[in-house]
Design a protein around this ligand. Structure first.
Ligand SMILES: Nc1ncnc2c1ncn2[C@@H]1O[C@H](COP(=O)(O)OP(=O)(O)OP(=O)(O)O)[C@@H](O)[C@H]1O
Length: 336
């Protein structure tokens, strides 16, 4: 097992005046055994960051260390990492056992040892009864587990996951998420997990790195990121529906943005006026949409509360200790 350290890591694609810098100095210390999720919108540089750890992309500036050893110049095979991709590319003509054993066989690991390691991984992943099947005879979720098994048997110091769940349907995704959690609990291997899905990030991460346009916007526990977002970007990216960001409602000073989560607004006779434009029924709750000042605003209500109808004018007030203030010019959180 190993710690991972990013020190002012920079990535440029191409060279000279045409070079395109996509990572702008990332610094992060990841402790041995931590499960870290890197989350952000498409194109923010998450895969690039992961691929630099794996050794699949050159590092243009700064250093990445694994277990205290700078790996910038090391080949992927020398880095003690295992990577699980979205496209798990199993060998179709080999059995599950052979797929999991293949890398070890190439590395000339003795037969009995291969058997023991594959059996152990298969037990953890509940694949024991499927070892003789070929990938064609498996479900998507089972194939993804074989891909994870292939990574486990190598006994890496670090697991790298690049959107491994995005090809699975919603139910399987949730199930596989639980399996990855269990895997981490049992093996305790330092893991970096890339996703653009904030729910996946919130549920899996011990700490998460929120990326925006090649920069780290925030690095913290899901709790910290949700309750103390460092910027309007994080506030609107994490949480569904996103945090309301009010600029022009009454009482908001010039140069400030007020963030309020939809669940922290309530009906109040002295509150801001809003005409209801849309009501969404989601089962256990309702989302009420309208404009507050100039901003699109969402109120989350329980199904038991009597809901307003489209066209009604309601009055809204925030829960006092649930306000988030941001600087309008920089978008950064302002400490009250
Ligand atoms: N080989 C490459 N050559 C040039 N530019 C690249 C290359 N690979 C990625 N980029 C650019 O680097 C930026 C970051 O890409 P990256 O794939 O790391 O983003 P991402 O956050 O993983 O996105 P996604 O969720 O869509 O995979 C993007 O602007 C992308 O266009």
């Amino acid at each position: 097992m190993a710690s991972i350290e990013f020190k002012n890591v920079i990535k440029r694609y191409g060279a000279g005046p045409k070079a395109n810098q996509v990572i702008h100095g990332v610094n992060a210390d990841i402790a041995d055994g931590e499960f870290i999720v890197i989350v952000g919108p498409s194109g923010c540089g998450k895969s690039t960051l992961l691929r630099m750890v794996a050794g699949l992309e050159e590092i243009s500036g700064g250093t990445i260390s694994i277990g205290g050893r700078v790996v910038n110049q090391l080949e992927p095979a020398q880095r003690d990492i295992a990577m699980v991709f979205q496209n798990y590319a199993l060998y179709p003509h080999m059995s599950v056992f052979e797929n999991m054993a293949y890398g070890l066989k190439i590395a000339k690991v003795p037969k009995e040892e291969i058997r023991a390691r594959v059996d152990k991984a298969a037990a953890i992943l509940e694949l024991g009864h499927l070892l003789e099947r070929t990938p064609r005879q498996l479900s998507g979720g089972q194939r993804q587990r074989v891909a994870m098994g292939r990574a486990i048997v190598r006994q890496p110091k670090v697991f790298l996951f690049d959107e491994p769940l995005s090809n699975l349907d919603a139910k399987l995704r949730a199930q596989t998420r639980l399996e990855i959690e269990k895997l981490h609990r049992e093996l305790g291997i330092t893991s970096l997990f890339v996703t653009h899905d904030q729910v996946e990030a919130m549920t899996l991460a011990q700490r998460m790195i929120v990326m925006n346009a090649g920069r780290m916007e925030q690095f913290g526990t899901p709790e910290e990121v949700y309750h103390h977002p460092a910027s309007t970007f994080v506030a609107s990216f994490i949480g569904s529906p996103p945090m309301n960001l009010l600029k022009s409602a009454e009482g908001i000073p010039e140069g400030r943005i007020l963030g309020i989560r939809p669940e922290h607004l309530r009906l109040h006779p002295d509150g801001w006026e809003m005409r209801v434009e849309t009501v969404e029924m989601l089962g256990a709750e309702r989302l009420i949409y309208g404009h507050l000042g100039g901003e699109w605003t969402i109120l989350r209500m329980n199904e038991t509360d009597a809901p307003p109808a489209v066209g009604d004018v309601i009055r809204l007030a925030p829960l006092e200790n649930r306000l988030h203030w941001f600087d309008a010019a920089t978008g950064k959180r302002v400490q009250e």
